[in-house]
Write a protein that binds this ligand. Structure first.
Ligand SMILES: Cc1cc2nc3c(=O)[nH]c(=O)nc-3n(C[C@H](O)[C@H](O)[C@H](O)COP(=O)(O)OP(=O)(O)OC[C@H]3O[C@@H](n4cnc5c(N)ncnc54)[C@H](O)[C@@H]3O)c2cc1C
Length: 480
């Protein structure tokens, strides 16, 4: 990956001078933005064209070397080998792929063959993504692509797809070697900080690196913004005329102030029906009831059902200061009347047993949690079943069905996995990923107002968007 901006600086002077003019014009247009007055010796240019093909003179700049950016760059370069493709990445490329899925990388979800069902897994995007988006490049296409590159994948029982190696490095190595093979250039340690359009319909980008305080400038024919949830990426989109839906965290766990619950940290419930009632919420969100595993943590609750609630409630929860009531049903498959009879029968059968030592096994609860529930009912563990009143039995049954916890906040320390908000889908053509506001400007991945629940859906959004954008750019480049 030897492609450097410095190399561009020394490119054909004729090319450079024409670009300098347009930069100066664009820079003047950018009053008040981050662009500083460019000095001639800081200017950069596209690489020297090496072929007669028109595409060889054109440059695609991809902002962000994450899943969407690298996949999009590979696709564009595959279709248009003569197009110059440069990924500018401010940190380490594919760093989220590296840490994802606990280091295994949950590449996609293999259970959603029907694209309409697949779209239902996106709290932001479920309506819009029901169109052509996943038909153009869905989970099966992603899996085929990686398989064609020699990556063996496996689908787990819950639909999550991982590399057979159980290592995200396999995915990273695949993407990096394919981009190298194709001649995609990767520049790391540099951030695109400003963007404007030139009179000629191109893009003037201000690029800062770690060592230089003033930006270098690059002129690009195509721009793909795949900057994830970075503020800089949102700023670039705004500079080019897009609006931004306020970004808020999604996929987080719930904080509950309950010292007794904290002592139960580590207990898991395989199947709980969890309902979230958000404080001051003005609208009803049907998806705020979820069934699935729940886990007690030292600060509250986590697990797939909780993460799904956090995703569907992300925006309203942010507005409420992450306050609400979490109602857990520990016996979702048992009707309340059946539950009452189960505890009554238990009382009759085990009348001489202590409450703490004997409890119905039907609910799959562990003893420590049962004792916690007794405590909430102000029942002592040493009490015999025989002395429990009918009312107490009914209350116990109700507590198993409707156990209320007050949510006081969300998990801290950037535990959230994905960001809701970003560039609105209404400003993008999802068939091409091209901006409806600015021609030749494309977006893909998390920078858009799309986010999925856990299970590989967020990466699938990145692969699909990157692929569609890369296809559009590649086709445009060869035909221009
Ligand atoms: C801990 C964790 C685990 C996850 N696990 C999974 C999982 O198992 N499955 C799943 O589907 N999803 C998972 N996700 C979500 C998934 O990682 C993201 O949805 C996905 O990475 C989004 O891809 P992206 O390319 O849009 O953005 P990113 O991966 O965030 O890439 C954007 C890149 O752009 C760079 N960048 C930003 N601004 C600029 C700029 N101005 N100039 C230059 N570079 C810039 C950033 O440094 C970054 O490298 C996980 C997320 C986290 C945090």
């Amino acid at each position: 990956m030897s492609f450097t901006l410095a190399r561009f600086t020394l490119a054909r002077s004729a090319v450079r001078h024409s670009r300098v003019r347009s930069e100066a014009t664009a820079s003047a247009k950018n009053n008040g933005l981050l662009i500083s007055t460019p000095k001639q010796n800081k200017f950069t240019s596209t690489p020297i064209p090496t072929a007669q093909n028109k595409a060889s003179e054109e440059l695609l700049v991809v902002v962000g070397g994450g899943a969407a950016g690298v996949y999009g760059a590979i696709r564009a370069k595959t279709l248009a080998p003569n197009l110059n493709v440069v990924i500018i990445e401010k940190g380490r490329p594919l760093s989220k792929v590296k840490i994802s899925g606990g280091g295994r990388c949950n590449v996609t979800n293999g259970h959603c063959v029907d694209t309409m069902v697949l779209a239902e897994n996106y709290p932001r995007g479920h309506k819009e993504l029901k169109g052509a988006f996943f038909n153009m490049h869905g989970p099966a296409d992603t899996m085929s692509w990686f398989s064609d590159q020699g990556v063996e994948l496996k689908t787990e029982d819950d639909g999550r797809v991982f590399p057979v190696s159980n290592s995200s490095s396999t995915i990273i190595d695949c993407l990096m070697s394919e981009s190298t093979r194709l001649g995609v250039s990767l520049q790391t340690g540099k951030a695109v900080v400003t963007a404007s359009s030139t009179d000629g319909g191109k893009f003037l980008l201000g690029v800062e690196n770690r060592t230089f305080s003033s930006p270098e400038y690059v002129e690009a024919d195509y721009l793909l913004i795949a900057s994830g949830n970075s503020k800089q990426g949102y700023s670039l989109a705004s500079q080019l005329g897009h609006s931004i839906v306020d970004p808020v965290p999604s996929l987080f766990t719930f904080k509950i102030e309950d010292p007794q619950l904290r002592d139960l940290s580590g207990i898991t419930f395989p199947k709980v029906k969890a309902t979230l009632k958000i404080e001051n919420a003005r609208r009803n969100i049907p998806q705020l009831t979820q069934v699935g595993p729940v886990l007690v943590t030292h600060w509250g609750f986590s697990g797939p059902a909780i993460l799904r609630l956090s995703a569907w409630g992300a925006c309203v929860l942010a507005g409420s200061g992450y306050k609400g009531n979490l109602i857990l049903d520990f016996a979702p498959d048992v009707h309340i009347e059946d539950l009452k009879s189960i505890v009554t029968q238990h009382k009759n059968k085990f009348a001489k047993h202590k409450l703490s030592n004997s409890y119905p096994s039907e609910f799959g609860l562990v003893k420590r949690f049962w004792i916690y529930l007794l405590g909430r009912q102000e029942l002592h563990g040493d009490t015999l079943w025989a002395s429990i009143s009918k009312n107490s039995l009914i209350s116990l049954a109700h507590m198993l069905k409707n156990c209320n916890f007050y949510v006081t906040g969300k998990s801290q320390y950037k535990d959230e996995f994905v960001t809701a908000g970003g560039v609105p889908l209404s400003e993008i053509s999802l068939n091409t990923m091209e901006s409806k506001i600015q021609s030749r400007l494309f977006f893909a991945g998390e920078v858009l107002n799309v986010d999925g629940i856990t299970g590989g859906f967020n990466f699938q959004n990145a692969w699909s968007g990157g692929y569609i954008a890369g296809t559009s750019i590649g086709k445009r480049a060869v035909s221009s």
